[in-house]
Design a protein around this ligand. Structure first.
Ligand code: GLU
Length: 332
């Protein structure tokens, strides 16, 4: 028997977001990342959720417009950028698409798989992706491309958080080792120090849960940003980036996350999580305290709550869709 189709209204999404916010806001546990000193100083009580539907409706609760460090979520847009410039197969060949099963900043992973950094969504592959960005050899030109790409995906021009950039640059010894190991294996495609600096800069960009939800919606919408009404990247790249997010978005806890949540998502040590429900919506949540694998405790709970409330799971047989009824009443 064919799976039944269920429609979900914007009003139901709003109810799910508000209910998730209320249920999760008092949750405790986890602690801010402290290996980057700036992150330890961020208010741990901040908490926001945002969903962007494919008609451009944005539904948020809590601190969804609060700026925080994008950190590893920045690996997603730069992976898209590398695909835009080199094609999906080019990125597969130059960087790879496999999960490491090891922590995001693992040197061991690189030693074990020296032929490929494995995926642009862990540090080694993300530094390699920054090295690929055009124009090769021109740090400021590359930076403008990286920032411009994020602006197209979110609909907002991101700004560096200077204290975060300084804090991260002063403590990047592990990542520096990764950049130079990549160099010794011939898996970095521009100057290693410059590529590392671009990576550190992109991790230090400020973003908001609402902006990440719009980026998620753009991916869920085959590269078409539903807020700016612009085609940002080729539709054929959307399932590729979602597959990368699916396999490694929660570092070595990705399997547990998918099993529990039913949605591909990418986390960052700044406390942000970006989720993609293809054909339906983008979702993001932010709260600084992290679990031991570096994933935001409340952001995980909040996204799981929304998925649960809506009865959604990407691995379920029924193809669900958001109906476009009452978009004006629901637009926030
Ligand atoms: N800039 C951080 C690092 O390279 C990002 C880590 C993360 O968010 O996973 O360690």
């Amino acid at each position: 028997m064919a799976a039944s189709h269920k429609e979900i209204t914007a009003a139901e999404v709003r109810a799910a977001v508000e209910s998730a916010y209320e249920k999760v806001r008092g949750a405790t546990g986890g602690k801010n990342a402290d290996y980057i000193p700036y992150l330890a100083s961020v208010d741990p009580s901040l908490f926001g959720i945002s969903v962007c539907l494919l008609d451009g409706t944005v539904i948020s609760a809590g601190d969804a417009r609060c700026t925080f460090g994008i950190e590893s979520v920045s690996k997603v847009p730069t992976a898209i950028l590398a695909m835009r410039e080199y094609g999906a197969l080019g990125v597969l060949e130059k960087v790879g698409a496999d999960a490491t099963g090891l922590p995001f900043n693992s040197i061991m992973a690189l030693l074990l798989e020296k032929d490929r950094p494995s995926t642009p969504l862990v540090n080694a592959g993300a530094i390699a992706a920054c090295s690929l960005v055009e124009p090769v050899g021109d740090a400021e030109g590359k930076w403008a491309t990286i920032v411009g790409n994020i602006a197209e995906l979110t609909g907002a021009e991101p700004q560096i958080i200077p204290e975060l950039y300084a804090s991260e640059s002063a403590n990047d010894f592990n990542n520096r080792s990764i950049a130079w190991l990549l160099r010794s294996y011939g898996r970095i495609y521009d100057d290693p120090d410059m590529s590392l600096d671009l990576y550190t800069r992109q991790c230090s960009l400020g973003t908001t849960a609402e902006q990440l939800a719009v980026m998620g919606a753009t991916i869920a919408n085959d590269g078409y940003n539903p807020v700016t009404n612009r085609q940002v990247f080729d539709a054929e790249l959307a399932p590729r980036i979602t597959s990368l997010i699916t396999t490694v978005g929660f570092y070595e806890r990705t399997g547990d996350w998918l099993y529990k949540s039913g949605i591909p998502a990418k986390s960052g040590v700044g406390g942000g999580v970006l989720g993609v429900m293809p054909g339906m919506f983008g979702i993001a949540a932010f709260s600084p305290p992290l679990d031991e694998a570096g994933n935001s405790v409340k952001a995980q709970l909040a996204i799981r709550e929304v998925m649960h409330e809506l009865g959604l799971n990407i691995f379920a047989a029924s193809r669900l869709c958001i109906c476009e009824c009452r978009p004006t009443e629901e637009r926030s």
